[in-house]
Ligand binder design. Structure first.
Ligand SMILES: *[C@@H]1O[C@H](CO)[C@@H](O)[C@H](O)[C@H]1NC(C)=O
Ligand SMILES: *[C@@H]1O[C@H](CO)[C@@H](O)[C@H](O)[C@H]1NC(C)=O
Ligand SMILES: *[C@@H]1O[C@H](CO)[C@@H](O)[C@H](O)[C@H]1NC(C)=O
Ligand SMILES: *[C@@H]1O[C@H](CO)[C@@H](O)[C@H](O)[C@H]1NC(C)=O
Ligand SMILES: *[C@@H]1O[C@H](CO)[C@@H](O)[C@H](O)[C@H]1NC(C)=O
Ligand SMILES: *[C@@H]1O[C@H](CO)[C@@H](O)[C@H](O)[C@H]1NC(C)=O
Ligand SMILES: *[C@@H]1O[C@H](CO)[C@@H](O)[C@H](O)[C@H]1NC(C)=O
Length: 402
């Protein structure tokens, strides 16, 4: 972890009663006596998030263990456990570790590659990728492997996912790319999405970094070049959502969702770290700039505050989308951890966003429930799992820089 760059103070509810735990992000190190303020906020947020988790009871059906109830899709649980592994790694709080371990192992499926048949009808490459990414977080941060399992468990699971994706690279339309969905019978199979291909890219990059195996590096080049070639990544490093395959991937759907550039950003940063290549450094910086331009500072009164331009202003974010800020924060921070040249930019954006997120987490009976829009200066009444995860991941991301 980088040396302390900024100091963060937790001002107690007593001081500002409207907000349960505002983060006070200061630019100089005079509040060193409160190094645990962000940690305390993260702990409160993690507790709130886990209070929504109930699929670990003795009467929970085996297929449901580790998932969150509908209307949340299967993938989001994988995303949540990834965030909770980071929570443990950044704070040292291991109280949720048994829950996390049980959840991940419950959803590996019969072939240990995160393809549980109970969820086939909506299983996308992106969904599987989010679980593999949780497993990579576990590998990279040395999350404990259960004694009964191989010590290489977490890496094995991610490699197994990679090996299922390789044969899904179809060149007969758009000259390459994964479909969004895994199964042809699923709605959405005909779409090629940035999140599925970006997930494959990031997994490949992290496997390349972990193993040095050239196969993974080759796939990184191939996936990135394809995404750029087809216009999912444009010349200004915007990462658009995807395109229908049958029309040869034109036109590109230019919706902006923060997880699309972010998933590519972290893959690029990891590749920079693994190779030292200027090409990957330049791509990482370009992708970060595109993120800063599109997903922050919605209004003059909310400088550097993260938001979702494609749904928040219109009040129509769906459950999936409500969680996307979490992954933007997570991957910006993790990118800066492996490419220190972007750290000051990332820390500025995430500090302002974490402060605003913390102010938004002042709802409910306990005054710790998180809202959706961080730019309104408080709790907006739109609570939920995605909102809680987004706030948690944005706040805890700052711990990487303490
Ligand atoms: C944050 O902390 C600084 C330094 O203690 C203080 O000057 C400032 O007023 C605080 N800001 C808020 C919003 O509480
Ligand atoms: C809210 O507070 C109550 C009473 O202290 C506690 O039982 C509950 O777990 C808290 N819920 C959350 C989400 O913090
Ligand atoms: C289920 O998970 C929650 C959150 O980690 C935990 O508090 C609870 O003890 C778990 N229950 C069981 C039966 O494992
Ligand atoms: C982990 O170990 C348990 C107990 O031996 C076993 O049932 C399970 O299949 C293993 N999981 C994986 C993913 O290897
Ligand atoms: C490199 O990774 C690929 C894909 O997982 C695997 O098939 C191959 O055996 C690995 N090569 C080496 C030298 O480990
Ligand atoms: C790669 O990342 C590590 C942290 O994981 C960092 O210490 C190192 O400086 C990075 N290497 C480069 C070339 O930036
Ligand atoms: C900032 O401006 C926007 C747009 O006018 C408004 O919706 C929002 O509530 C304002 N935020 C604050 C903190 O005043």
């Amino acid at each position: 972890m980088a040396i302390l760059k900024l100091l963060f103070a937790l001002i107690l509810a007593v001081v500002r009663p409207a907000t349960a735990f505002p983060l006070n992000v200061t630019s100089v190190g005079k509040l060193q006596s409160q190094p645990s303020s962000i940690q305390a906020a993260a702990s409160t947020l993690a507790y709130g998030l886990m209070s929504w988790y109930s699929n670990n009871q003795s009467n929970t059906p085996a297929t449901a263990i580790g998932t969150f109830p509908q209307p949340l899709y299967w993938w989001e649980a994988g995303a949540i456990w990834g965030g909770m592994i980071d929570y443990w790694a950044y704070t040292g709080d291991d109280s949720y570790n048994p829950t996390i371990t049980q959840a991940l192992l419950a959803q590996v499926g019969p072939n240990n590659n995160f393809m549980p048949p109970a969820y086939f009808s909506s299983l996308g490459n992106d969904d599987q990728a989010f679980w593999a990414i949780a497993s990579l977080n576990a590998y990279e941060y040395n999350f404990p492997v259960p004694p009964a399992n191989a010590s290489t468990l977490w890496l094995d699971l991610a490699e197994a996912v990679f090996n299922t994706m390789v044969p899904r690279w179809f060149t007969h339309e758009c000259a390459g790319g994964l479909q969004w969905q895994i199964f042809k019978s699923n709605p959405g199979w005909g779409y090629k999405s940035s999140i599925s291909n970006g997930g494959f890219f990031q997994i490949s990059a992290r496997l390349a970094h972990a193993t040095g195996n050239q196969t993974y590096l080759d796939w990184c080049e191939k996936i990135y070049d394809w995404m750029a070639g087809v216009g999912f990544i444009d010349a200004d490093y915007n990462v658009w959502d995807g395109a229908e395959a049958k029309a040869n991937c034109t036109p590109v759907d230019r919706s902006l969702w923060g997880y699309n550039p972010a998933v590519v950003l972290y893959g690029a940063a990891v590749l920079f770290n693994a190779t030292g290549s200027e090409v990957w450094a330049e791509r990482t910086s370009g992708l970060l700039e595109a993120c800063a331009n599109s997903f922050f500072s919605p209004y003059p009164n909310a400088t550097d505050v993260m938001y979702q331009p494609s749904c928040e202003p219109f009040n129509n974010c769906n459950n999936d989308q409500l969680s996307f800020k979490a992954y933007l924060a997570r991957w910006m921070a993790q990118s800066a951890a492996v490419m220190p040249a972007i750290e000051s930019t990332v820390v500025a954006l995430l500090s302002a966003s974490a402060e605003a997120a913390a102010e938004s987490c002042s709802g409910g009976a306990n005054g710790t429930l998180c809202g959706e829009k961080w730019y309104v200066g408080g709790y907006d009444g739109h609570y939920g799992v995605g909102q809680q995860l987004s706030a948690l991941e944005t706040v805890q991301a700052l711990l990487l820089f303490q």
